[in-house]
Design a protein around this ligand. Structure first.
Ligand SMILES: C[S@@+](CC[C@H](N)C(=O)[O-])C[C@H]1O[C@@H](n2cnc3c(N)ncnc32)[C@H](O)[C@@H]1O
Length: 220
């Protein structure tokens, strides 16, 4: 199917305008972004601020009581997700790095989220498989190793309530997703993942051109 594109490629000025017209990061998120930025090029793993505002809104719109995140890093997305929880709700964060997540733990404390967030330091697949099937997830955010996406998606979907949403980051992969000369492991894994989601009749899906591409999969 072909169609006339209506999406804009955002140049720097237009992108700045877009960011300036959404809810800005508060002092906790700004401090976290600044400190993560000082870590050097690895800071690119952090989600974009407009994506953070979107995740908070999405969690709030879903009335999320249980959120799962795979790939926490220094904590930006987790703070945003946890802020959308209903009172008493929980966010379970999966990561393998004690070093990165020490910064996240500090950010949760600064944000007053100590009682809302649980860190599971283990491979994401192990943590998800250990979760009960009847503790229904309202929202999940997948943003870890790209070759693991399909497993995370499947384990989460089995525990997702009908109407619940899985948000998946980096699905456009800086445009490399359609570069047929790029056959690197991560690119191939993301392509296969995107095709798999499209063919999955258990969900409705939409790919948003926010940041590096964000797919929302809503369980039917
Ligand atoms: C792109 S970063 C996440 C960025 C984060 N969402 C943010 O907003 O700052 C990816 C994270 O996935 C973690 N990771 C890598 N392999 C993993 C695995 N097998 N299970 C869980 N986490 C993993 C890395 O340690 C890293 O912190």
């Amino acid at each position: 199917m072909s169609s006339t594109p209506k999406s804009l490629g955002l140049d720097t000025d237009l992108h700045q305008y877009l960011v300036a017209h959404g809810t800005p990061p508060d002092a906790v998120l700004q401090r976290l972004a600044d400190d993560t930025s000082a870590m050097g090029p690895i800071a690119r793993m952090q989600i974009a601020p407009e994506q953070g505002a979107f995740l908070t809104m999405l969690a709030g719109m879903l009335g999320a009581r249980l959120i799962v995140e795979v790939g926490t890093f220094t904590g930006y997305s987790s703070v945003c997700l946890a802020r959308g929880l209903v009172p008493g709700g929980r966010l379970i964060c999966c990561d393998v790095s004690a070093e990165f997540t020490a910064r996240a733990v500090q950010a949760w404390h600064e944000a007053g989220l100590d009682d809302s967030v649980e860190l599971r330091l283990a491979p994401g697949a192990d943590t998800l498989r250990a979760m009960p099937l009847d503790d229904l997830i309202d929202l999940a955010f997948i943003d870890a190793d790209k070759s693991g996406y399909a497993v995370y998606y499947e384990e989460i979907l089995q525990r997702l309530r009908p109407g619940g949403v899985i948000a998946v980051d980096n699905v456009l992969w800086s445009g490399r997703i359609i570069d047929s000369t790029d056959t690197s492991v991560d690119t191939v894994a993301l392509r296969a993942f995107n095709d798999m989601v499209l063919a999955d009749d258990r969900v409705d899906c939409v790919m948003l051109p926010i940041a590096d591409g964000l797919t929302l999969c809503r369980k039917r």
